[in-house]
Design a protein around this ligand. Structure first.
Ligand SMILES: CCCC(=O)SCCNC(=O)CCNC(=O)[C@H](O)C(C)(C)COP(=O)(O)OP(=O)(O)OC[C@H]1O[C@@H](n2cnc3c(N)ncnc32)[C@H](O)[C@@H]1OP(=O)(O)O
Length: 296
């Protein structure tokens, strides 16, 4: 049986080094074994560029396989999340795919090779843990969906605070067609985004959700234009409205919104007090008081 712990303060990155800002779901005792298994399925990469603006771009890069996740990409994703957990200057994150499409889920070649229940459970736990930590980053995150987001790719979109789509893009939880249910935490998160009725419909019909439907049901937060570099530039512009300001304040806003979303009320109130204490009397607060700001 696997140990669950929801409030870890110490977890490990892909290289096995401990870090202290983690928000892991499972105990890291089993990670060495899981890492060994995943490292047997190479291909593609997960690239991270941290920009001076405080917005980082994470690229799922395996275009020959429609950006499907190989085993080593799962390891790299965990490592990138660890780097972002420790990025003090960070404010925002855009997650997108290379070559004009988002992600087609797990690499079916790897899936075929590890189709036994034990390995499936390990992969499931590993990705649940990584994507939970992604969602809990103190950064405002947006998934930019161009082309297709299928299966685990659709689940990845739900591990961001927001989703933006190009007009012809689609999100589809195809799991039912594969004889599966989401296993990367996508069902639990989808219910929180579109409600239980909406999630049940999307999962049970394996509905192709285009950009118009996604916006109508609250799965998408807006449409951006297609074109080489255009969608990414538009996503950065969109995110800029939410990340303007000092990093400690933006990170504090994400933390209070996150605790309100995840914790019972009294616990969330305590967390809000704790975060409030980190910005009250801080430099941004004192500068605003000195400016005698008016909010007309
Ligand atoms: C808990 C996680 C659950 C999961 O994620 S299960 C995986 C769910 N995903 C899938 O089933 C995706 C299956 N693929 C497709 O439906 C189609 O390939 C897709 C993405 C709609 C793209 O269609 P097209 O534009 O017609 O392109 P295509 O089929 O020729 O694909 C181009 C090359 O990419 C490959 N590919 C696409 N998705 C893949 C995947 N998930 N794993 C491994 N390889 C994958 C595809 O086999 C093809 O390769 P090749 O050119 O035949 O060598």
């Amino acid at each position: 049986s696997y140990k669950l712990h929801y409030r870890s303060t110490i977890s490990h990155n892909a290289l096995g080094k401990p870090h202290h800002r983690g928000m892991a779901v499972y105990s890291s005792e089993l990670w060495d074994e899981i890492r060994g298994k995943l490292s047997m399925f190479p291909g593609g990469s997960v690239n991270l560029v941290k920009q001076e603006s405080g917005i980082a771009v994470l690229t799922v890069n395996n275009p020959d396989r429609m950006n499907a996740f190989s085993g080593t990409m799962m390891l790299e994703l965990q490592d990138r999340v660890s780097q972002l957990e420790n990025w003090k200057e960070g404010k925002g994150l855009i997650v997108h795919g290379a070559g004009g499409t988002f992600c087609s889920g797990s690499d079916l070649n790897a899936v075929r090779a590890i189709s036994n229940p034990q390995d499936g459970m390990k992969m499931c736990m590993f990705m649940q843990d990584t994507l939970t930590r992604l969602l809990r980053l103190p950064l405002i995150s947006v998934a930019l969906v161009e082309g297709r987001a299928l299966g685990g790719g659709a689940e990845l979109t739900t591990a961001c605070d927001f989703r933006l789509m190009t007009p012809s893009s689609e999100i589809q939880f195809v799991h039912k067609h594969m004889g599966l249910v989401p296993g990367w935490g996508g069902a639990a998160r989808l219910v929180r985004i579109v409600g239980s009725q909406g999630a049940l419909k999307l999962l049970a019909a394996a509905l192709k959700v285009d950009s118009a439907l996604a916006e109508r049901i609250g799965l998408s937060d807006g449409v951006v234009a297609t074109g080489a570099g255009t969608a990414l530039a538009e996503a950065e512009h969109w995110l800029g409205d939410f990340t303007r300001g000092p990093a400690p304040v933006i990170q504090a806003i994400k933390k209070v919104a996150l605790s309100g979303r995840e914790r019972p009320l009294e616990d969330a109130l305590r967390k809000e007090k704790e975060v409030f204490g980190t910005v009250w009397g801080g430099s941004a607060n004192l500068e605003a008081l000195a400016r005698k700001s008016k909010h007309k």
